[in-house]
Design a protein around this ligand. Structure first.
Ligand SMILES: Nc1nc2c(c(=O)[nH]1)N[C@H]1C(S)=C(S)[C@@H](COP(=O)(O)O)O[C@H]1N2
Ligand SMILES: [Mo]
Length: 520
């Protein structure tokens, strides 16, 4: 700021004089331009990474063990939006700070924006899908455009204008910087919608996948009809989605490969067509997320069509001593499971290519994913599969293991009340309590419902298999007043679901789901 006693200034210092808020706003607008432009670039140029998503992914990947309470453990849709908004918010705030500091020296702005660019570029290097050349170009353009915008806004037209018409100057500045920030935001949103528009399953794929040889059919009485009960087979657009991908990987099927490597006799590589031409079969399997809280819905049952995982492993020849199978995804994410679990002839792990008779949706792993009956998703169900690596359990920890989750994680027995919903009003008289229960792949042998502490036997749907959930129902004569309903399941081995509540970490939530209802 200029005071009568201020020493003479150099040209660059003079340009940077003026009130702090003006520089702060110019810094914010400059960062907005940089971000907006790079998002637009990511939308227009296939292969150019989104810098915001790359930085967000780096935050997820570098998340220290124990931070799971802070950065929610396994990512759902809302966590992702929050993380990206957080990344943008922090960037804008640092932009404001850089703007203010640049009043002392213009070089602070150059250094600050360059540091942003380098950081973003560094983050893209952690993503195996990002091309370093395109990432560098995108970061370079973003830094340049951000600095140009910053300079234009931070520089005053002249001392005279600012001194004689302060209000006009302020209004003009606010209009220019606000307009620029809005345009940058719009560019960013256009970029994002272009990225999302690319995430379509190509029509050709539907025809490449031959019909399955062995079909799965629903046994009679597999599905109960109760209003509000979760459907036995969850439609693809209602199926829960959990993964660490801020932006869904967009896989080009023509260049996609599945590599089988590590402790194998012959390293093997398959194209999509080669994979899809192996014998296909269908099966219903219920998959579940370890971070599902008691009573929550991060679990679903679908019909999967695919190739036997053991057939593919046999092509490569699994060596004795390879105690762990690691499924790696195109974005570098990994799940690791005991080879013995996969080799057990009692279950049929698969590389799934279809979900409920449609090509695998992008959100659920297009073009191929693992489905392993009985294991939580984070130790088995790799989406956007690119590699099967045979190793030992000691030699490698997959993505979530160093972050505090159990190395081996069979799905725990759980049950859920869907009807009536918690805290709803129920009409007195004949009423139905209903829900689902699962213990893949031990199966469910019994479900009991407690009404105010008294356990009664529920009726089960005819199970599709031990790898799937069942629906259950209990008819109930609802007396007026407040009631506590609870449910517990017994698995196929005769073990009753424990009532001792545990949180999801490290190996899944335990405890009975219960709801309170008012009958009137
Ligand atoms: N590539 C990849 N695959 C992944 C994950 C992931 O983060 N990345 N998450 C796993 C987890 S934790 C679960 S619970 C299941 C969820 O599968 P869905 O989204 O199809 O329901 O996918 C698994 N496969
Ligand atoms: Mo999960």
């Amino acid at each position: 700021m200029s005071t009568p006693s201020a020493p003479p200034q150099t040209a660059s210092q003079r340009v940077m004089r003026g009130p702090g808020w003006r520089h702060a706003a110019a810094g914010v607008a400059g960062v907005a331009v940089a971000i907006g432009l790079s998002e637009l670039g990511a939308g227009l140029v296939p292969g150019a990474p989104s810098l915001v998503a790359s930085v967000g992914s780096a935050v997820i990947n570098l998340q220290p063990p124990g931070a799971k309470e802070l950065v929610v453990a396994l990512f759902g849709e809302n966590d992702k939006l929050a993380l990206e908004l957080f990344v943008v918010g922090v960037a804008l705030a640092i932009g404001a700070l850089v703007g203010v500091l640049s009043r002392r020296s213009r070089w602070v702005a150059t250094a600050g924006f360059a540091a942003f660019g380098l950081l973003a570029f560094g983050a893209t290097l952690l993503d195996p899908q990002a091309s370093p050349a395109l990432a560098a170009a995108s970061a370079g353009v973003a830094v340049w455009a951000g600095l140009v915008a910053f300079d234009r806004l931070a520089a005053r037209p002249s001392e005279r204008t600012a001194a004689s018409m302060p209000d006009w100057s302020r209004r003009g500045f606010l209009l220019r910087s606000g307009g620029l920030a809005i345009a940058a935001g719009a560019a960013g949103l256009v970029g994002r919608s272009l990225i999302e528009a690319r995430l379509r399953v190509p029509a050709r794929v539907a025809s490449t996948i031959l019909p399955a040889g062995r079909l799965a059919t629903l046994p009679p009485g597999a599905e109960l009809t109760v209003d509000g009960l979760t459907p036995l087979v969850v439609p693809n657009d209602r199926f829960y989605r959990i993964d660490t991908a801020l932006l869904l990987p967009s896989v080009d099927v023509a260049s996609w490969r599945l590599h089988i490597r590590g402790m194998v006799d012959r390293e093997t590589t398959l194209t999509f067509d080669e994979l899809a031409q192996l014998p296909l079969f269908e099966q219903y399997v219920t998959i579940a997320c370890v971070s599902n809280e008691v009573g929550d819905d991060l679990v679903g049952n679908a019909k999967w069509t695919g190739v036997s995982l053991r057939d593919v492993l046999d092509m490569a020849g699994v060596q004795a001593g390879a105690s762990q199978l690691v499924g790696r995804s195109v974005d570098g994410w990994t799940a690791g499971m005991p080879t013995a679990w996969v080799m057990d002839p009692a279950r049929e792990p698969m590389i799934a290519l279809r979900m409920n008779d449609q090509p695998l949706p992008v959100a659920h792993g297009f073009p191929a994913r693992l489905i392993v009956p009985g294991l939580y998703g984070y130790v088995s169900a790799t989406k956007w599969l690119s590699e099967l690596e045979l190793t030992t359990l000691e030699a490698f920890d997959a993505f979530w293991i160093p972050r505090g989750w159990a190395k081996e994680a069979p799905i725990l027995t759980q049950s859920r009340i869907d009807v009536p919903k918690a805290a709803t009003r129920v009409q007195k008289g004949r009423s139905t309590i209903a829900g689902v229960a699962w213990a893949p792949d031990r199966g469910i042998s019994r479900v009991e419902v407690s009404v105010d502490g008294e356990w009664r036997e529920a009726r089960l749907s005819n199970p599709i298999s031990d790898a799937t959930w069942v629906q259950w129902r209990l008819d109930w004569d609802a007396a007026p007043g407040r009631h506590v309903l609870a449910v517990r399941a017994t698995d196929g081995a005769g073990e009753v679901q424990t009532d001792r509540r545990t949180p999801p970490a490290p190996d899944g939530a335990r405890g009975h789901h219960s709801v309170v209802v008012d009958v009137a």
